[in-house]
Design a protein around this ligand. Structure first.
Ligand SMILES: [Zn+2]
Length: 195
């Protein structure tokens, strides 16, 4: 695995594995957030899933993916896995990733994107209200894990496929904008506490 192979693979997993699940989830009234676990060794997919808050408000994309992972009969140790989140994890999911033993996570959209582009202000509001942290105030590298914004990896890549990754990034953002529009239009009666 080269450094440049990683962001390309993460973008492909978002587009090919997570987004189709999220499109179905949003059609059922769930939020747009999804996640996936990949093997560090060959970047193969272990599991992908999406938000399922209509069933349980704790089923954020990340936690719902972990639920599915721990339902698998055979699974690799989390120390051998990459945690991919479409959106920078909220405080609950940050803790879930930590408790499950991951030493990393990679995200596509930031907390600020969730607030500004998706009208989901809860991540930043919880960090402020519960923990007294301003935006970006949590420790993105610490004794448990390092976190990475996929956009930063693409921006600093000297891969020949950089333009392809940038075009794919734009395409993924456009798809999420459409899904977000569906979610926001239908969320009025969904009974999700922080919708
Ligand atoms: Zn979360």
């Amino acid at each position: 695995m080269t450094d440049t192979a990683l962001p390309a693979r993460l973008l492909n997993v978002i587009e090919d594995d997570i987004l189709p699940l999220t499109a179905r989830g949003v059609a059922a009234g769930n939020k747009i957030f999804g996640a996936a676990l990949l093997r560090k060794s060959d970047l193969s997919l272990v599991v992908a899933d999406t938000n399922n808050e209509r069933e349980n408000p704790l089923w954020h994309g990340e936690v719902h993916t972990l639920k599915r992972f721990y339902e698998m009969a055979e699974r690799p140790p989390t120390s051998e896995l990459i945690f991919l989140s479409t959106h920078e994890p909220c405080s609950m999911c940050l803790s879930a990733i930590t408790w499950a033993g991951f030493d990393n996570f990679y995200y596509f959209f930031s907390h600020e994107d969730s607030r500004d582009a998706f009208a989901i202000p809860h991540d930043l509001k919880i960090l402020q209200e519960v923990f007294g942290l301003s935006p970006g105030g949590y420790r993105k590298a610490n004794a448990f894990w390092h976190s990475y914004a996929i956009g930063d990896l693409v921006a600093t890549s000297d891969d020949a496929n950089k333009a392809v990754m940038q075009a794919q990034t734009a395409r993924i953002k456009q798809t999420y904008a459409g899904l977000s529009g569906h979610y926001q239009a239908g969320k009025g009666g969904n009974a999700i506490p922080l919708n």
